[in-house]
Design a protein around this ligand. Structure first.
Ligand code: HEC
Length: 286
């Protein structure tokens, strides 16, 4: 019996050690290059009770719309999602996001290609909340043609698609300024970026000090916006894209917390009834 337990423990330990080594190798293989130190931020939504910061998401949406949108789409996002509970433009007064004027205004800023039901011809019209963010290019061939051969990927689930995605996104946007070591040759349209796998990326640096070019508007609560520094814009757009990749996080955490409370109450009740049922029995001796 004892021998078996020890043997099982050794086997379990072996498996744990092997998988830890595997994780370490996998993580080491895709880490940043050339002495670049990843900045690990404490994000608003980390931890058991953390949730997305509404003002940060709104600023992040602005960065997306004014900077990233010229190349990247949000394939999995409809405008009305912006007004869902937990989303950047949710308004208690408009439980149905299709009625939310902010969401309507945002949708109307986009041009959507539709079909005229009368004659089947292609028409372009302003977006409505039910529309998905319209594609930027007709297809990948056009996307690649415009971007020196590289296709700008969908950003709506990017934070989930990369290991430690929020830190990855944040650092990727900031790492362009890291000094480029000698011996790296870049072809036309390539830029040095130690966070990108292979340290070469076909995306030009996006966030520049943009005095007068880009300014944050005050958010829907009327709070004064912070200064649009590169770090601030990178953090905000990351917050917005973290939400788009996992919009149900707040609801899930709330449900998790409620079930913990429920289980706790249940345990107390069970313990009390257990005490009551066995009250009259004396513990046996010997
Ligand atoms: C001028 C066009 C352009 C703009 C504007 C742009 N990107 Fe990109 N982006 C690209 C291209 C092209 C790629 C593909 C790069 C490659 O594969 O080397 C890319 C790739 C990416 C990737 C994926 C990197 C990876 O790991 O594969 C992320 C994340 C990203 N961009 C984020 C952003 C964000 C956030 C913004 C706005 C702040 C933005 N981009 C603005 C062109 C652009």
């Amino acid at each position: 019996m004892a021998f078996k337990t020890v043997r099982n423990l050794i086997i379990a330990g072996g498996i744990a050690a092997a998988s830890l080594t595997g994780i370490a190798i996998a993580a080491g293989g895709s880490g940043p290059a050339d002495g670049y130190k990843m900045i690990h931020k404490h994000w608003h939504w980390s931890g058991v009770t953390g949730s997305y910061d509404v003002a940060a998401m709104q600023r992040g949406y602005n960065v997306y719309a004014q900077v990233c949108r010229s190349c990247h789409n949000l394939d999995h996002l409809a405008f009305r999602h912006l007004g869902d509970k937990g989303g950047p433009f949710y308004d208690e007064y408009y439980k149905n996001p299709n009625d939310n004027p902010l969401v309507k205004n945002i949708a109307a800023e986009y041009e959507v290609i539709d079909v005229n039901p009368e004659d089947g011809s292609e028409v372009s019209r302003p977006g409505i909340p039910a529309d998905y963010f319209p594609p930027i290019y007709r297809n990948n061939a056009e996307a690649a043609y415009v971007n020196n051969g590289a296709v700008p990927p969908d950003l709506s689930v990017m934070v989930k698609a990369r290991n430690n995605g929020a830190d990855y996104m944040y650092n990727l946007l900031l790492a362009y300024s890291h000094p480029q070591p000698e011996g790296i040759t870049l072809s036309t349209g390539q830029y040095y970026n130690p966070v990108m796998e292979g340290s070469k990326i076909a995306m030009p640096p996006q966030l520049q000090p943009q005095e007068g070019v880009f300014e944050y508007q005050s958010d829907t609560e009327g709070q004064n916006p912070p200064e649009a520094t590169i770090e601030q814009m990178a953090a905000d757009v990351t917050e917005f894209l973290a939400w788009s990749a996992d919009p149900k996080l707040a609801v899930r955490k709330e449900a998790g917390l409620m079930s913990m409370v429920y289980l706790l109450i249940l345990s107390v009740l069970l313990w009390l009834s257990y005490k009551r049922i066995w009250r009259r029995l004396k513990p046996s001796e010997g």
